[in-house]
Design a protein around this ligand. Structure first.
Ligand code: TRP
Length: 379
């Protein structure tokens, strides 16, 4: 019998090999099934590969959101990013943001993007507010580079927009106890009080547009499943304040280069992640050196037995992100399994794809430098 493996998923810690079906039960979220996908497709015409291939695997209240949409009650999108110099943007971070951009186009939705520039400051001993401010600017470039519409996208920066947010955050905070936060995040008595309050700041953008417009607008939040605990707590508060609970779409983690199971973590070892600012040489070196292979030890053996795409990180990156063509992906899978395609060749396919993507991204990122002001919400 397989031994039960321990794993842990909170916004501040992802540890061990994540069992996503167990998470669905533990977090009380719903699986994204064919029926829901078809319902989305009815409105979008096609399905983004992140939806088709199960990168987004769970949700909260999507059927309600679509009911409202079908009644003519349009939703806005919300997600966020807590920047710090120690955590550069990597490919895994882009997943919810790319889906947001796709949803913005398909549903002509407003996008609200939060930069909680106090979050990492509060949670990490050695991070200053100057660090987070500088990193926030860098991260904005990555987000703008993905192609969001400036006239429909609003960046909120917690310390800059505090005047707008604080009143609302207080209303949320009044309805959340320390014991709720403690059990959801694994806090102890020695946790600083800023980080205990933080969840209420993250809740605000989910209903701030409703406050500003003076009418209730449904909200959809695409996010990495580790962020769910914030909303598990604050969603219950929102109806008490007279607002809708936001709907949520949860994505799995892009695995680290070193092996399936965990999460690409920007702040851990360099070899775990591909950053959006990596050069073609860095990408090539990292994939060749670190990407965990499902291939055999020797070419002879590989030709005979074939590789295992299920545990092969390069194949998983193609499947989850870089090869949208289902037929091409199927052929790669088949050839790898049969031994026709070698590990080195598979890695090269991935390297070319990532580098092509990053070349475009980095160009757009440069251009974004004189667009930032257009995206920041006018106070
Ligand atoms: N807490 C998130 C992080 O650590 C940032 C964030 C703010 C966020 N608001 C959000 C993430 C809404 C997802 C959805 O990066």
């Amino acid at each position: 019998m397989k031994k039960e493996k321990e794993f842990k998923v909170t916004p501040y810690e992802v540890e061990g090999e994540v069992d996503y079906s167990k998470l669905i039960k533990e977090f009380g979220v719903s699986h994204i099934d064919e029926k829901l996908l078809n319902r989305i497709k009815k409105h979008t015409g096609d399905l983004h590969l992140f939806l088709r291939r199960g990168v987004f695997f769970a949700h909260r209240d999507m059927n309600w959101l679509l009911d409202e949409y079908e009644k003519g009650n349009k939703f806005f999108l919300y997600t966020g990013r807590a920047s710090s110099k120690k955590s550069k943007v990597h490919l895994g971070h882009l997943i919810p943001w790319i889906l947001c951009k796709w949803l913005q186009d398909k549903f002509d939705a407003e996008m609200w993007f939060q930069f909680p520039d106090e979050e990492k400051f509060l949670y990490k001993q050695d991070v200053t507010l100057k660090d987070t401010a500088e990193a926030t600017y860098e991260d904005m470039l990555d987000i703008i580079a993905l192609g969001f519409k400036p006239e429909k996208t609003h960046f909120i920066i917690d310390t800059k927009h505090a005047g707008l947010m604080y009143k609302e955050a207080c209303k949320v905070a009044k309805k959340i106890t320390f014991s709720m936060v403690k059990s959801s995040f694994g806090f102890t008595e020695s946790q600083n009080i800023g980080s205990i309050f933080y969840t209420s700041m993250q809740a605000v953008p989910a209903f701030l547009p409703s406050v500003l417009k003076g009418k209730n607008i449904p909200c959809l939040i695409p996010l990495g499943i580790d962020q769910d605990p914030h909303f598990r707590i604050s969603r219950d508060v929102m109806p008490k304040l007279g607002y809708y609970k936001p709907a949520i779409l949860h994505n799995v983690f892009l695995p680290p280069l070193t092996g399936i199971g965990g999460k690409m973590a920007a702040s851990s070892a360099e070899e775990n992640a591909i950053y959006t600012t990596d050069s073609p040489e860095q990408v090539s070196r990292k994939i060749n050196k670190y990407a965990f292979s499902g291939g055999q030890a020797t070419i002879k053996e590989h030709r005979k037995k074939g590789g295992n795409p299920g545990i092969d990180v390069s194949f998983q990156y193609l499947k989850m992100f870089f090869e949208p063509d289902d037929r091409k992906l199927e052929k790669i899978e088949k050839d790898y399994k049969s031994g026709k395609l070698l590990t080195g060749e598979l890695k090269q396919i991935l390297i070319n794809k990532i580098n092509k993507f990053l070349q475009e991204h980095q160009k757009a990122r440069e251009k974004a430098k004189n667009q930032v002001d257009k995206f920041i919400l006018k106070n």
